[in-house]
Design a protein around this ligand. Sequence first.
Ligand code: C2E
Ligand code: CA
Ligand code: CA
Length: 718
Amino acid sequence: MNEHRIKAIIKSISNINNDNFFDEICLSLSRAINADFVFIATINDTKTNATSLAVANKGCLVDNFTYPLKSTPCAEVVSESICTYSCNVQNLYPDDELLVNMKIDGYVGIPLKTSKGQISAILVALFEDAISDVHEVETLFLLFSGLIEKELHKCSYLKAIEFTNNIIENAHEAIVVCDKNQRITYINPSFTRMTGYDQADLQGKTPRTLSSGKQSKAFYQTMWLDLNTKGHWQGEIWNKRKDGHEYLEWLSITAVVDKNNELTHYTAFFTDITEQYIAKEKIKFHDSYDTLTRAANKKSLFTFIDRSIVQYTSLEKSNSPAALLVINIDLFKKFNSLYSHDLGDKVLIYVANRLKELVRDTDIVSRTTGDNFSIFINGLTNKKAAINVVNSINSAFMKPFIIDDINIKITLSIGIAFFKEDAQNAHGLFEKAEQAMFVAKDNGRNSYEFYSQELSDIANMEEAFKLSLESAIENDEFSNVYQPIVSLKNKSVNKFEVLARWKHNGDYISPAEFIPIAEKFGLISKIGNLVLNKACSELKRLNEMGFTDVVFNINRSIYEFSADGDHTSWLDTINSYHLAPKNVCFELTESVLAPENDRCIKLLNTLKIAGCPIALDDFGTGYSSLSYLRRFPIDTLKIDRSFISEMTKVEGDVVLVSAIISMAKALGISVVAEGVELKQEVDILVSLGCDDIQGYYFSKPIAAGSLSQYLVDFKYCE
Ligand code: C2E
Ligand code: CA
Ligand code: CA
């Protein structure tokens, strides 16, 4: 081997840089051995193709190429090892197009191996003429193969690094690497995208820079314990972006150790899961909150109460009371019917927000159904504190508020039940507070009521009563009695008040008892219609007997007035018996004239136009009675029994009755005194100019069958 040739090759490759090593070595080798072609080619994994890395042809570099190994001498190199043909190689491999096309005669190929000993490339020299010294070529190739192999290792190693780098740089996950002292040494672009921090921002800093302060000390203690003992930790963690916004990440940290098990650094991967978290929270919200008012729904109210109760009991604080308030907006339906559902919704939202302002963070406001809200108040100092809350609620709604330019005033009925006196769980507390709320409603609304066992007993009794009443209606267990109304002026009787009687299991149940229940449970119309039908039938009978000027006063409840119903059925009944409407007077309580019951005026007008007289019952027991009187032309006013019986006891009440009579006269309204039992009362009423008297003094209510006889026999006794 010519020493200067080797030196020349070494010299030529000593200056080459990484980029053109393969080119340079191919050129040098081709020059040294006088080959027409020298090339280095890598072999693919399936060992079917070779692709050149560099090709030197007669002292010049030419384009790289790929060729199939099949039927070529290179295939031998790949499978066996050095392959040398000093001449005639074309004839030996006639299917090797490359050899044929290039008119190759001599061939030397040697395998190039990886560090693991696998053939991954080949070094080949091709000669157009026969090779003069094959041995020399082989020696030279073997001499430089180690160097080429090393370069190939380096290339594949760099490729692998580039590949990994690419993965890291393009990873969707944020990646951060810290040294063993937790100083950040690397962040990938996703990290910058997610957090807003770039490498310069974090140089020499620890991941604490990103801390949101949301996690407890204990949280980090567990994390470090896992990292130190298991070498790995993963979980959710709230961190802060550079712009200060918090985000939730799913973080996975690994402690990396060297072969001596010494910690070298930490790598952490994370993804931003804030959006998923928000989506999950939204689902949770829908499950726990009322979407209209954003107050808790009944389910989460109950969960909250039951959780609070468990805490109470475990904290041995069980002696301090907690209260559940069930709050109903009085006459809420009017907002929907008078204005719109949209306004109704806005009222509900307003109420929810106002209530939320009134309670502490430890309490909860819930919209349980429609116009029902509840507040659970934890840790009251005493029961009176619950009244303070009620008072603050009431004063919050004292003033009207404006929605859509409409002045809105609401009142609330509130029921209160206490833990643990009234109930020991959410369900029980709610049931009892609700019962108390119903009592507050019965008491005329705009009030509050505490639950008590008596209330509960009443509620249970009422429920049973309601069932009997329903079957009483079904079986018509009712009858009418008729109480005469005596005219003081004519000293005669032509009017009777029709009073319902319920014979139940052989006993007469007072209307004072069953009418309010019927009103409460929506059964009153059915009873009213039964009474009216019976009265009309009786009146028709009297008419037929010649008593044509008799007037029956029928009691009808304000609960029978529906907001949108047509009110002609009462008149239809009267007409169906061919009765004159002037002979059927309707007795209604003064609340029908209250402004909030404007819907009643429509019915009053219908009745009045048809010719039915209207009497105002129990006058004086309601409120604002005098001002209401101007709202509708009433025919008769009935002074309540309580005023009459007090007349003989309290001087002042005579003055009151006298004033009512004078005022009625001034308005052209006739007056009936109710519940007159004593001669003394009759005398006073006569002296005051009262028109009519009704009461036991003249007669108790009498049965239908005795009416005609009563009319015949009646004599006014002084
Ligand atoms: P009301 O309309 O004020 O009827 C008068 C009540 O006073 C009747 O009681 C009558 O029997 C009673 N009463 C009459 N004179 C005297 C007296 O001198 N002394 C005493 N202590 N009481 C007297 P009743 O029949 O028990 O009816 C009670 C209430 O039930 C009625 O009061 C009325 O509000 C209601 N009611 C009765 N029948 C009907 C009805 O058919 N429909 C409706 N909606 N309510 C009715
Ligand atoms: Ca009456
Ligand atoms: Ca009355």
